[in-house]
Design a protein around this ligand. Structure first.
Ligand SMILES: NC(=O)c1ccc[n+]([C@@H]2O[C@H](COP(=O)([O-])OP(=O)(O)OC[C@H]3O[C@@H](n4cnc5c(N)ncnc54)[C@H](O)[C@@H]3O)[C@@H](O)[C@H]2O)c1
Length: 247
């Protein structure tokens, strides 16, 4: 069977761990010619590159997606080496929870900077090349928190709802250039991010998930790979939920 992402050049942000790492690994397994990953710490990037190298060609970059110049550099380096970018996965994201009345400006701004501005900066950095090559697949990371309003997540929900809105508009504007723009909205996927949720809240959440279990990063990666592939050629401007039926 033909591999889903044969010969594709992809960038995956926040790929040292969790869903991003599982996505980079699956992309290589699905035949991607190269996957450029970024994350914030050099040590974590090195470890991820070592773990991914057996599966294919991977490039590791230390880049904070909330910094425009780092996003531009990541796109430029990838284009200089591989001459195209077929796929961008805007996966990097953070939480910094607090009830609204206790939330500091710094908490609010940092979450918006990484989740929303990071998605904006990285997309801007690759879109000229995608428009020129008349081909591109962009997948953003939204969240069921955008619709569900998880306690303590005003900042996070605002960033993820904004990403769902961006997805609608970007999909509509870029369709005529052969660029699909979609987002995934995961529910509770077992990663470092989710392990920060208090145990009591986790148990309560579990009871409200119809499939009665949390998701694993590999399941989110499968949805991302589908949206990045030709199998999803007629899907754009959508945010697709993967949450065991929770929402
Ligand atoms: N895990 C879940 O249940 C869940 C649910 C809904 C949405 N999401 C979203 O999916 C995405 C991945 O989540 P995850 O659970 O794998 O998270 P994670 O915390 O396990 O991994 C995220 C990775 O992004 C990196 N990162 C953080 N800030 C960055 C920055 N400024 N620049 C570059 N990299 C950065 C982290 O170092 C980490 O390696 C996030 O956008 C998250 O909001 C996750």
């Amino acid at each position: 069977m033909q591999k889903k992402l044969k010969d594709r050049i992809a960038i995956v942000t926040g790929a040292a761990a969790g869903i991003g790492f599982a996505t980079a690994k699956l992309f290589l397994e699905e035949g991607a010619a190269a996957v450029a990953i970024c994350d914030v710490s050099g040590e974590r990037v090195e470890t991820a590159v070592a773990a991914l190298t057996p599966f294919g060609q991977v490039r590791g970059h230390v880049a904070d997606v909330s910094k425009k110049e780092m996003c531009v550099q990541l796109a430029e380096k990838t284009l200089a080496e591989f001459h195209r970018v077929d796929i961008l996965i805007n996966n990097a994201g953070i939480t910094s929870d607090a009830q609204f009345y206790k939330m500091t400006d710094e908490q609010f701004e940092r979450v918006l900077d990484v989740n929303l501005k990071g998605t904006y900066y990285m997309s801007k950095a690759v879109i000229p090349a995608m428009m020129e090559q008349k081909y591109g697949k962009i997948v953003h990371a939204s969240s069921v928190s955008a619709y569900n309003g998880n306690f303590g997540q005003t900042n996070y929900a605002a960033s993820k709802a904004a990403i769902a809105g961006m997805t609608r508009v970007m999909g509509k504007e870029l369709g005529k250039y052969g660029i699909n723009v979609n987002a995934v909205a995961p529910g509770s996927i077992m990663t470092d991010m989710y392990s920060a949720v208090p145990e009591e809240a986790k148990q309560k959440k579990l009871a409200s998930i119809p499939l009665r279990r949390y998701g694993v990063p590999e399941e989110a990666a499968q949805l991302i790979a589908f949206l990045a592939s030709e199998e999803a050629a007629y899907i754009t401007a959508q945010t697709i939920t993967i949450d065991g039926g929770f929402n």
